[in-house]
Design a protein around this ligand. Structure first.
Ligand code: AMP
Length: 545
C-alpha cells in the first residue's frame, strides 16, 4: 500500500468554546433581548454575555461542578438560560434541560436518571421545582434566577453568585466528542430516554442551520426562539445565532400570540421558530387585526415539532405575505433533520405543487441521510407512495440513548429508527403519514397514550381503554379515550377524569371519553388506533379551548 502523503490539516476541535470566543471577539455589541415575567424587556450585549458566562462557570466551579457533572435548568427562554447553555458545557460539564410542562413525577424520574447535581431554576417556577426537587437525592445546590422575586432560603441567587466573581475563567481544552447537553424524549412505552448531544454534534448542527437552504441563520438576523429552551436545545437556534453573531430575542414566559407579535414588531425579528400551535394562534391574531403589527422584517417562520398544515402555510403567505419554513426533527437528531424547500426542479410545477412541497417534511439537510424500511427492515423505493418507517443517520443523530436503554431503536448497520411512518419521493421529499408509536402530540408536546391507558385500566370499572388523538383546531391534537366497561359496571366521565388527575399533568387528561363495546384490533392483537381516529377523530372539531 502506498504511504500516506505528509501534510495534514489541523485537528481543531469543534467545541462551543469557539462559538463563545467568536461572539465575544467579533460581535461584542450585538444584542440579546429578554422579556421578563413583568413584561419589561431586558437588553444586554454579547460582550456582557461573554463576561457573565465566565462568571457563571467560576461560580459553578466554586459550588463543586466538575467535568461530566449534570447541571439542570428549569427555566423559560432568557439570557441566563443562554448563559447556562454555554458556561456549563465549556467547563466540561453537561446542561440538562428540564421540561417545565411535565408532571412532577416525571420530572423527578428524569432528574434522578440524569443524576443532576446543581439545578438552575427560575423564581417564577419555584413551586414546580419544590414539587419534585426534594425527591432527587443527587441535587447538591440550587441556583435561583430572581426573575420574579428573591431567591428562597437555602438557595443561591444567580445574580449574587455572578456579582461575586471576576469575569474570567480558564476554559479547559475539550475533546469535541465530549457531552454538552442532555435532553430527554418521551418514550412510546416505559420511561423517558436521555439523548446526549456532544460539542461536535451541536457545533455541526449549528453550522448546518446557517446554510442558506437550511434555516440560513446569518449575522443580520434577529432570531426569536419561541420553542422552549427545554426542548431539543431549542432546535439549535441559540447555537446557530451565537455562531453567526445574530441578535437574539428571548420571549420569557409570554408565549401568547399578541405578546409574540408585539415582540416581533418591536424588535424587528427576522426569523422565529416554534411548534404549529403557536403559529395557528399567531395566524388567527393576524387575521383578526391585519394592520396592528408591522412584520415587514420577518423573512422566515420556522415551524416544526409537528406537521404544519398546508392551510396555515398558505394563509400566512397569501393573507400576510409571510413565509413559513417547515422542518422535521427529533430530540434524537439534535434536532433538525429535514427542511421543506421548493427545489429548482419544481420551479415550473405551479403553486399547488409548491405548497405541497412546503407542507411536506422536506429533504434531508447535508450530512443527514434518510431511508425508509418495511417491517422486516427492507429498504423501500422512493416512489412517493410506499409507506415505511423513516430511519436516519448522520453526525448529529444519536448512536444510543443515555444509559444504554432503548437499544432496539438503533439498527445493526448504523441507522436510527425514528418511529415515523413516511413516504419518500424520487426527489427525496419526506412525508409523514402516521406515527408508529402510540403517543400523541398536543400543542407540540407529547402525551403518552400508553401511560394514560394503563392508568385508566386500573380503574375498577374499566376493562379496556385506548387513547388516541382527536383533531383539534387549537392544539392540533387532544387525547380522546375509548373505554370498555366491565360487565355490569360503569363510571361517569368525571369519575374517570378524577382517577387520572393526580397522576398526570393537566394537559394530558382526555378531552372526551367514548364508551365502546370493544376496541378494534390489528391482526396481531394490537389496538387499531387508526380505526378509532377514523371513527371518533373529528369529535373535538369546533372546540376552542
Ligand atoms: P420530539 O423528539 O419531541 O421532538 O418529537 C419528534 C417527533 O415529532 C417526530 O418523530 C415526529 O413524529 C414529530 N415531528 C417533528 N417535526 C414534525 C413535522 N414537521 N411534521 C410532522 N411531525 C413532526
Amino acid at each position: 500500500m502506498a504511504a500516506m502523503p505528509t501534510g495534514r490539516m489541523m485537528a481543531f476541535p469543534l467545541t462551543l468554546t469557539h462559538l463563545w470566543e467568536r461572539a465575544r471577539t467579533y460581535f461584542p455589541k450585538q444584542e440579546i433581548v429578554s422579556r421578563l415575567p413583568d413584561r419589561s424587556v431586558h437588553r444586554q450585549t454579547y460582550a456582557d454575555f461573554a463576561t457573565r458566562t465566565a462568571k457563571l462557570a467560576a461560580a459553578l466551579h466554586r459550588l463543586g461542578v466538575r467535568p461530566g457533572d449534570r447541571v439542570a435548568t428549569l427555566c423559560w427562554n432568557h439570557r441566563q438560560h443562554l448563559e447556562a447553555y454555554y458556561a456549563v458545557p465549556m467547563m466540561g460539564a453537561v446542561v440538562h434541560t428540564l421540561n417545565l410542562r411535565l408532571h412532577p413525577t416525571e420530572l423527578a424520574f428524569i432528574a434522578r436518571d440524569a443524576e443532576d447535581t446543581v439545578v438552575i431554576v427560575d423564581r417564577s417556577l419555584w413551586k414546580l421545582f419544590e414539587s419534585f426537587g426534594p425527591q432527587v437525592p443527587s441535587i447538591r445546590a440550587v441556583i435561583v434566577v430572581p426573575d420574579s422575586g428573591p431567591a428562597p432560603d437555602g438557595t443561591h441567587d444567580y445574580e449574587a453568585l455572578l456579582a461575586a466573581e471576576e469575569g474570567t475563567y480558564a476554559w479547559p481544552a475539550l475533546d469535541e466528542n465530549e457531552a454538552a447537553m442532555l435532553c430527554y424524549t418521551s418514550g412510546t412505552t416505559g420511561n423517558p430516554k436521555g439523548v446526549l448531544y456532544s460539542h461536535r454534534s451541536t457545533v455541526l448542527h449549528a453550522l448546518s442551520s446557517c446554510l442558506v437552504d437550511s434555516l440560513g441563520i446569518r449575522e443580520s438576523d434577529t432570531c426569536l426562539p419561541v420553542v422552549p429552551m427545554f426542548h431539543a436545545s431549542a432546535w439549535g437556534v441559540p447555537f446557530a445565532a451565537v455562531l453567526a453573531g445574530a441578535k437574539l430575542v428571548m420571549p420569557g414566559p409570554h408565549l401568547d400570540a399578541v405578546s409574540l407579535l408585539d415582540l416581533m414588531h418591536q424588535e424587528r425579528v427576522t426569523l422565529a421558530a416554534g411548534v404549529p400551535t403557536i403559529w395557528l394562534g399567531i395566524l388567527a391574531a393576524l387575521d383578526a387585526e391585519p394592520k396592528r403589527w408591522d412584520l415587514a422584517s420577518v423573512r422566515s417562520m420556522v415551524i416544526g415539532g409537528a406537521a404544519a398544515p398546508a392551510s396555515m402555510i398558505e394563509g400566512f403567505a397569501t393573507r400576510h405575505g409571510l413565509e413559513v419554513t417547515h422542518a422535521w426533527g427529533m430530540t434524537e437528531t439534535n434536532p433538525l433533520g429535514t427542511v421543506a424547500r421548493v427545489k429548482h426542479t419544481l420551479r415550473d410545477a405551479g403553486p399547488a405543487a409548491h405548497l405541497e412541497a412546503r407542507a411536506s417534511q422536506g429533504c434531508a439537510v447535508p450530512f443527514v441521510e434518510t431511508r425508509h424500511v418495511d417491517d422486516d427492515g427492507r429498504v423501500l423505493p422512493w416512489d412517493g407512495s410506499t409507506y415505511g418507517e423513516l430511519e436516519v443517520r448522520g453526525p448529529w443523530v444519536a448512536q444510543s440513548y443515555y444509559g444504554g436503554v432503548g437499544a432496539d431503536r438503533f439498527t445493526a448497520d448504523g441507522w436510527f429508527k425514528t418511529g415515523d411512518v413516511v413516504t419518500l419521493d424520487a426527489e427525496g421529499y419526506v412525508r409523514i403519514t402516521d406515527r408508529s408509536k402510540d403517543v400523541l402530540k398536543s400543542g407540540g408536546e407529547w402525551i403518552s397514550s400508553v401511560a394514560l391507558e394503563n392508568a385508566l385500566m386500573s380503574h375498577p370499572a374499566v376493562l379496556e381503554a385506548a387513547v388516541f388523538g382527536g383533531r383539534h383546531a387549537k392544539w392540533d391534537e387532544r387525547p380522546i379515550a375509548a373505554v370498555v366497561f366491565k360487565e355490569g359496571r360503569t363510571a361517569s366521565d368525571d369519575e374517570l377524569r378524577a382517577h387520572l388527575v393526580s397522576r398526570f399533568a393537566k394537559f394530558w387528561l382526555p378531552d372526551a371519553f367514548v364508551v365502546v363495546t370493544q376496541i378494534p384490533r390489528t391482526s396481531t392483537g394490537k389496538f387499531l388506533k387508526s380505526k378509532l381516529r377514523e371513527t371518533y377523530g373529528g369529535m373535538l372539531e369546533g372546540r376552542e379551548g
